[in-house]
Design a protein. Sequence first.
Lengths: 457, 170
Amino acid sequence: MYYRRTLTDAQINRELLDVVLRTPVWWVVIVSILGLIVAGAASAFGFMMNQGLGVTGLQQPIFWGFFITNFIFWVGISHAGVMISAILRLSQAEWRRPMVRAAETMTVFALMTSLLQPLIHAGRPWRIFYWVFPYDWARGIWPDVRSPLVWDPTAIITYLTSSSLFVYTALIPDLAIIRDRSTGWRRTVYGILALGWHGNPRQWKLQGIAGILLSALILPVFVSVHSIVSWDFGVSLVPSWHVTVFAPYFVIGAVHSGVSAVVTLMILMRKLYKLENFIWEEHIDAVARLLIVVATAWLFFFWLDLVFALWLKEEQEMTVWHLRLFEPPWSWLFLAFIVFSYIIPVPLWMFRRVRRSFTWMLWTSLMVNVGMFLERLIIIVPALMRKGPWVFTYDTYRPSAVEVTLIVGSIALVALLLMLFSKFFPLIPIWEEKEGQKLIDEVKVGDRVVPALVKEH
Amino acid sequence: MANTKLMGLFQDPEQAAGAMTKLKEDGFPVEDLDVYSGSPFPEGSFGEHEPEMRLFMFPLVGALVGFAIGLLWTAGTQISYPLVTGGKPLLSIPPMTIIMYENTMLGAIIFTVLGVLFESRLPRRKLGLYDERITEGYIGIIVDCPEERATAAETALQGAGAEEIKREEG
């Protein structure tokens, strides 16, 4: 049983706009550190452009390494944000309120970061334009729409545009709140962004409809995007990649890593932004229960992937799985991946005390994402790291310092963008919190007053 | 005859609902009354005018536009530079559907957002009659009436307990 604090509209404004309306020292320190890491990664990228891809660990026959792994990792992270938000909005779950904005924003920034990865991987990013635009305007040679290299940008740009519009639409009433609380040029900027919002019944009704309608439209896009990413692999002839189960396996894996990232984000937000009045143990508990289901579904698809390979007994397929399961360092990485992604966190989440502990949930959710990064690496590299026809030199893959710097830089970039966002916009939707306060109903039983919505969580 | 806009500011939503009832009783048409609030109230809380909308048309039109662009792009690029592979038909339908699907959804989503803005009557260049306290929890009751009825509206708002009444000449 929980008893939440009743807050007035003015208190909600004050608590959720604290960082927007003033700049705390800790915010400057964190942003500076993250900025330095991102600058370091940008320098590493500059060095790589100058020296060529030889400074990475990529070599014959392994041409996909950390960058493509990171691309899939961030696309995966981006999935849960909008998924959580859309499903919770569609089902009108009360506990969605504090987490939807942060989850949607993380989607946008993770997707932007994922888009950078193929650009980095190309070595010469300007060449990426050849994927979408004609190779030669005069002769009109267009890229082949039969190639996944065209499907991918189409899907990701659709998802990025949709998610950004989704975030902005729900942000308009909050922009009006900031407009009314600020002065000078900030008032002008927020005034323009708020589009002249008044908050009459017509506008509120449309906000509600927009949340549901956009959720319903974005969910199929969300499923399609990671399916298409999986087809980057699925339509190839590389053993262990062309498995029919890859699309749902990738989608559910994305949800697993993404929902875990939402948990990490919520716990960090609660601590940094002092959101104890808005993010409670009950919220983390609810997401952890969702994670148990998602993780188990993901494990089932992982098992199917393995069974399909073993069932066929194709020599090439068996070679790849042998490499993954029995040959170090891949066997150790495989063990780490399965232990971090499922064996440690899921049994722990069975305990209510763990689900309601911010410390436990922070570490287990981080552990899942380490495991899920390893999963993508194990899918990609061992499958390429084998002697095939017309392959005369082959070696293992060792990521270089440049690649590691760029991976760390990508994490810092997402964190930095989230921190910057939180400086200008509230990470928790203020108007939704106020609406939630209005819907609190209490029942008097004897001398106790208890929430009427006992099954809210 | 010029119209006058009045806004009564209420701290208590119950008083604001009372003001709406009084204004309607005094013969002010419900279409000329509006309510501003900092967060949504359940529909009909203030007995306000039921808005009519055609939002559902927007995603449908957007989906059609997106589908058409997707078809034009995928078929057009293949036809404009015909490259027959392995004797197979020039237009490869399965990969085309992937791009057409994404474009259809993108069109539907963009048009939905445009529809939401259009139906919300946004963007507006000027805020007009408004008060910043609305986003602090106050309720603003707006009355759009002919000048000669402004006094009656003001009396009704004051009688219902408005903390302040603002006026804008039309």
